[in-house]
Each structure stands twice: as structure tokens, then as C-alpha cells.
Design a protein around this ligand. Structure first.
Ligand code: NZQ
Ligand code: ZN
Length: 414
């Protein structure tokens, strides 16, 4: 299915979809003051707070959150130390501490890494017979979790509204980074105050905007494409993040930009921009770039959003022949490109996308990302990790095997 104007004859009926998004979104300045009441509303009485390195302590946010819990008469215990590409070993330690504390609610104060760690703690707390990694290794069933919520401090991963959680197994050599998806991973509520993101380093704002772009790109370039409204929402989201992402990088105190980026982050991963792209599979979209990127993070501990910009154009060139009209539609609707030839328009769209990534300060090659040109051995190691030791393919727009992965990594080598 290619682009269709709303009044053009419909070639196919609207694709079927499921949409479930139970997270209460509380957006705006000062909303962290509502934390205590919200936790109470969702049944929490003993709250285990997960946070990261130092940003939430330094900004005073953690103290404000604790004060709100105290005011609501709720007991809390806070534990920090979560790092980007969060490690399962810490999630396990936190689970043990939360269990000893008798936690019945897990509250993340941070970004994707903190939220995903909290999701791991919540899963393992609900099933004491399992360790955290058991849920990622498919040993444990994804059937129950302890109620959890997020106070967001970085607009990026969309974990605050998504059904996903991504952890790195740091006990494996080499480490491996895996994601799981299930509705039980959805937050009860998320507090989103754009002012909380104004202390972010510009690198993180740029990487976040890239990730936000990508959560819609992964859904937009998918196999099943047939819902006009879904396309319009996706294209609107692309235009918004392309407009406001660079503004946030230029001035983190621009409230309008930081608000738009924050709302884009949640909407991009809430599922709306991919409705109808899942076909008969439970997962919307393609997700190849994420899989290629997660292998890079596993082996080099690279920032998630930056891994995606390093591979996107190589991936796009590799797969665009599969449905060139889709890439041309993207170029025309998102960038206003008027070139009538689909192939040329698609190429222009890919160039403009790379210019957007560059305006965010993001890398366009592996060499830029990891600081050296990867050797053939390194590329083989990346494709081995990405293909789970050659046991799986990735993607739905175009299915990619180990050899395809090698070719894409080679194409963005330098
Ligand atoms: O630890 P602190 O000191 O807080 O520093 C963090 C961290 O260094 C800093 N930061 C966060 N808020 C800040 C701040 N610094 C100053 N002021 C603030 N307000 O930012 C750094 C990055 O934090 P992180 O949580 O890692 O960022 P992000 O939200 O990008 O999360 C990335 C992780 O999420 C996963 C990624 O793979 C990666 O592991 N993802 C999770 C998804 C999901 N669960 O749905 C989907 C995504 O595709 C993604 O895979
Ligand atoms: Zn992502």
C-alpha cells in the first residue's frame, strides 16, 4: 500500500489492530508534587524508588518526590546507581532490597534506563521464584508484575508509555542487551514535567530526539501499511520532532521545545503511530535499526539513540527497493520534497534525515560513534550479537539475516 490521499479511492480496507494504553499521563510544570496522591490512587503503600547516577539528587527532584510520598503517608526507600544501558546485576540487587523493604509499588525517577530497571524489579518482585534475567531469557512467563510508575527526566526511550523493557546482561561475556514486550510492563501513571529535562546535557537531548524519531520510523517502514490516519499521525510526529529536536539541543531552557519533545517521546512509543502495522504479529513495525543498534550498545556501551542514527541511512538504502514508494511518501509528506521520481525522492528523504540527525549532534557512521573504524572481526561480532548467534532474522519491512546485517554494518562503517 502506497500513499493515498484521504479522498482517493481506497484500494484496501483499514488494517485491523489492537490498541491498549492504560498509563495515566500527568503532564506539565510542578506535576511531581502529585506523586504521593497518584501512588495511593494505584494502591501503593510501600514505595521502592529507583533512580540513576546523580541528576535526580542534584536537581532536588528526589527530595521533592520523597516529600510528596511522605505527605501522602507512604513509606519509601530509594536506591540509585542505574547507568545507561542498565545492568541486570543492579536490577537484581534492587529487587532483593525492595523485597526486604516489603515494597508493593516501584517508582522510577529518571529515564529509560531507570524505568526499565524498575520494570525488571517489579516483575521479579511479583514472582519471587524467578531472578530478573529469567524474564528476559524467556525462562519466566510474563504474566504478572507489581504496580509501577515513572517520573520522567529525559525524553527519549518512551518507556513511560511503552510495553517494553530493555536490560543488559553484564554477567555474560560478551554482554548481551535484550528487550521484552508485554502489557504488564506498562506504567500505571507517568509524571511528565518538561522543566525536569532542562538540566540534560545536549548530547542526551539529541540522542533522545533521535530515539523518538526512530520509534515512529520503525513503525512507519513496516510490512503492513494501510491506515491513512495512522500515516498522518506518524508523519505529523516526524515533522514535530524534526522541528523541535534541534531547538531543544540549541537551548535546553526553551520550554516550548522541551515540551514538544517530551510529548513526542511518549506518543512515538505509545503505539498510535503504528496502528495497523502489526498484521498478524503481536509487534507493530520493523525494528531492524533497534536490533542493529542494541548489538552496538551491548558490545560498546554506546548511547542508544546514537547507535540508531549511525545505522539508519545504511539500513534505509539497503531496504528501500522493497517499497520505494513508501520512502518517497515519507520524503514528500515529511520534508515537502517535490521530486516526482520515487527513487530520487526517497534518496532525498534519506539525505534530509541524515541532516536532521547531524543537527542533533548525532553520529552518522560507526566510526563516528565508537571512535574508530570497526574491523571485519568487529563487524562479524556485531552481526553475531544481533542475530543471536545466527539463530534469528530481524525486520518485517524486509527480513534481514546474518549476511544482511554484516552488509549494513559494513555500509555504515565510516
Ligand atoms: O543517571 P543520571 O545522573 O540521571 O544521568 C542520566 C544518564 O546519564 C542522564 N539524565 C537523565 N535525566 C537527566 C539526566 N541528566 C541531567 N538531567 C536530567 N534531567 O541521562 C543519561 C541517559 O539516561 P537514560 O535513562 O539511559 O536515557 P534514555 O531515556 O535514553 O534510556 C535509554 C535506555 O532505554 C532503552 C535503551 O535501549 C537504553 O537502554 N530503551 C527502552 C525502551 C523501552 N523500554 O520502551 C525503548 C527504547 O527503544 C530503548 O531501547
Ligand atoms: Zn529506542
Amino acid at each position: 500500500m502506497n500513499h493515498r490521499d484521504a479522498d482517493a479511492p481506497r484500494e484496501e480496507e483499514m488494517e485491523k489492530f489492537n490498541y491498549y494504553s492504560p498509563t495515566e499521563i500527568v503532564f506539565g510544570k510542578g506535576t511531581e508534587g502529585q506523586t504521593g496522591e497518584l501512588v495511593k490512587k494505584y494502591g501503593g503503600s510501600r514505595v521502592f524508588i529507583v533512580y540513576g547516577g546523580h541528576s535526580a539528587v542534584k536537581s532536588g527532584l528526589l527530595d521533592r518526590v520523597k516529600a510528596s510520598l511522605d505527605a501522602a503517608g507512604l513509606a519509601s526507600l530509594a536506591m540509585g546507581g542505574v547507568v545507561p544501558n542498565p545492568r541486570v546485576s543492579l536490577a537484581q540487587k534492587m529487587t532483593d532490597a525492595a523485597r526486604e523493604f516489603g515494597a508493593d509499588f516501584v517508582l522510577a525517577v529518571g529515564g529509560g534506563s531507570v524505568i526499565d530497571t524498575a520494570k525488571g524489579v517489579a516483575l521479579a518482585l511479583a514472582s519471587p521464584e524467578y531472578k530478573v534475567w529469567d524474564f528476559w531469557s524467556k525462562k519466566a512467563p510474563l504474566v504478572k508484575s507489581v504496580p509501577h510508575a515513572a517520573i520522567l527526566t529525559i525524553s527519549a526511550a518512551g518507556s513511560e508509555t511503552s510495553d517494553s523493557a530493555v536490560l543488559t546482561n553484564d554477567e555474560k561475556v560478551p554482554p548481551t542487551k535484550r528487550g521484552i514486550q508485554n502489557d504488564i510492563n506498562r506504567c500505571c501513571f507517568t509524571i511528565m514535567n518538561p522543566e525536569l529535562t532542562m538540566t540534560l546535557p545536549v548530547w542526551q537531548i539529541g540522542a533522545g530526539a533521535a530515539d523518538i524519531f526512530m520509534h515512529t520510523s520503525e513503525r512507519y517502514f513496516a510490512k503492513i501499511l494501510g491506515n491513512h490516519l495512522t500515516d498522518e499521525m506518524a508523519e505529523g510526529l516526524f515533522r514535530d520532532i524534526i522541528c523541535y529536536g534541534p531547538k531543544g539541543v540549541a537551548d535546553p531552557h526553551d520550554y516550548e521545545a522541551m515540551s514538544e519533545i517530551m510529548w513526542c517521546g511518549s506518543v512515538s512509543h505509545i503505539g498510535l503511530t503504528g496502528l495497523g502495522s502489526q498484521g498478524d504479529t503481536p509487534r507493530q513495525g520493523d525494528w531492524s535499526c533497534h536490533q542493529l543498534g542494541m548489538a552496538i550498545s551491548a558490545l560498546y556501551d554506546s548511547t542508544h539513540g546514537a547507535t540508531l542514527t549511525a545505522v539508519w541511512a545504511a539500513w534505509a538504502h539497503y531496504v528501500m527497493g522493497q517499497n520505494t514508494a513508501r520512502f518517497a511518501q515519507y520524503a514528500r509528506k515529511v520534508f515537502g520534497i517535490t521530486e516526482p521520481d520515487d527513487w530520487k525522492a526517497a534518496e532525498e528523504g534519506i539525505e534530509k534525515t541524515n541532516a536532521f540527525f547531524k543537527s542533533l549532534g548525532m553520529p552518522l557512521t560507526l566510526a563516528e560513534l565508537i571512535g574508530h573504524e570497526p574491523t571485519d572481526e568487529e563487524i562479524t561480532a556485531l552481526a553475531t550479537e544481533c542475530s543471536f548467534d545466527r539463530t534469528r532474522t530481524i525486520g518485517s519491512f524486509r527480513e534481514l539475516n546474518f549476511d544482511d546485517m554484516v552488509k549494513i554494518y559494513e555500509a555504515c562503517r565510516a
